[in-house]
Design a protein around this ligand. Structure first.
Ligand SMILES: [Fe+2]
Length: 391
């Protein structure tokens, strides 16, 4: 996060005693400091204060390994994965269906059938949860974070959390697990660290936790900790969401895709203008409802292009997508480097009379090739690669 935030009770200086009134549970008379860092001690961090030490592990056991299975013997080609009717199953943790992956990220679809029953922490990756449908709150180390449809929920690694959906039967997510921190793009920050005038969103559009409700329970509590592909059951002596105050630059937040302020040019502007977040090895872009290009002769859909050294994945959220036929909400289009792609036949003429598009889509664009999973191929539309041929 680019800016400082504080909630609840913190002492006047870091690393000094944060005295509490009355007896502490451990009779030491203080709240327990916990420093959460990123990239060693070099990048953003926060300092939290707990009712009990955050270190009271009473047991660990391997739950299982999550294997990513690559689809076999695939030619290099474009794909259209239709995931709208993917059956519901599991919860937020075990209901994840891997779609594609490389060394920088794993992309999952998740349509849970049950509420998340245990706390979860991703030890090695940031989680970017795009809420295709649903609403609720995330109970986190840093407090309660409300979410709604269209939110990117960005949860930094090491954050312990639990999704609490308003109605589990409506929940529908795209989850990106990023092996590097998810950041506001550097080009949107001035040298003072503030988001620049002219950036497509700014600090007021980023929403952090709204309230702290420390859980005072001195009873064994389970956290499922994910570290790369390994899921470990960690039993704590007390409930770990017992933070009474914190400050720093590291915390979960939401940004709603409909708050993105898209730019429109006289002629087509390429995806870097839609960039929303940056991670090592990929960027995330938001194609929000916008006015179309307004040169009198403008072609109002993107030009055909070869996205060399970039696999380009669009996840369609809402509206009619102007340059593509046959895609629907929850479709993925996957365009690997090496095969040019562009508007479908008829869409250049079809868009001439339009001034606006109400489409909403989320894109992730990777530096390195993605591997398609077996699960994704079960949703593959075999006709899509040939859909640029005139009828
Ligand atoms: Fe493209």
């Amino acid at each position: 996060m680019p800016f400082y935030r504080t909630m609840g009770s913190v002492p006047p200086k870091r690393h000094i005693k944060h005295r509490r009134s009355g007896n502490s549970h451990l009779d030491e008379g203080i709240y327990y400091e916990h420093v959460l860092t990123t990239e060693g001690f070099d990048r953003v961090y926060s300092i939290t204060y707990h009712l009990r030490p955050p270190t009271r592990v009473v047991g660990t056991s391997l739950l299982r390994n999550v294997e990513l299975e690559a689809a076999e013997d695939l030619p290099l080609r474009v794909h259209h994965f239709m995931s709208a009717n993917m059956p519901r199953g599991g919860d937020f943790i075990d209901g994840r269906v891997p779609m594609m992956f490389n060394d920088d990220l794993v992309a999952y679809r998740c349509r849970p059938a049950e509420q998340q029953s245990m706390l979860f922490r991703n030890a090695a990756a940031d989680e970017i949860i795009f809420v295709q449908q649903g609403s609720g709150k995330v109970e986190t180390t840093y407090g309660t974070l409300p979410y709604r449809r269209g939110d990117y929920i960005v949860i930094p690694r090491t954050t312990t959390f639990q999704m609490v959906a308003d109605d589990i039967e409506k929940e529908d997510y795209l989850i990106l697990e990023s092996n590097s921190p998810c950041r506001v793009p550097q080009q949107y920050l001035n040298v003072d660290g503030q988001m620049m005038l002219g950036a497509p969103y700014y600090e007021r559009d980023l929403h952090g936790p709204t309230e702290l409700n420390p859980v005072d329970k001195n009873e064994t509590t389970t956290i499922i900790v994910k570290e790369r592909h390994r899921l470990t059951k960690v039993e704590m002596a007390n409930h770990p969401l017992d933070v009474v105050g914190w400050d720093g630059y590291l915390y979960p937040f939401t940004f709603n895709a409909w708050d993105f302020e898209p730019l429109t040019g006289t002629v087509h502007l390429p995806p870097p203008y839609q960039q929303t977040f940056e991670c090592d090895g990929f960027v995330i872009c938001t194609f929000a409802p916008r006015y179309l290009d307004h040169h009198p002769e403008a072609v109002k859909v993107p030009y055909a292009h070869s996205n060399t050294q970039a696999d380009e994945v669009l996840f369609y959220v809402d509206g009619q997508f102007g340059s593509r036929k046959g895609v629907e909400a929850c479709s993925f289009s996957f365009h690997p480097g090496g095969i040019p792609h562009g508007p479908h036949p008829g869409t250049i003429v079809g868009s001439e009379s339009h001034d606006r598009t109400e489409e909403m889509a989320v894109m992730f664009d990777t530096d390195h090739p993605l591997t398609i999973t077996k699960e994704a191929m079960e949703m593959d539309d075999p006709q899509y690669p040939l859909s640029w041929i005139d009828e």
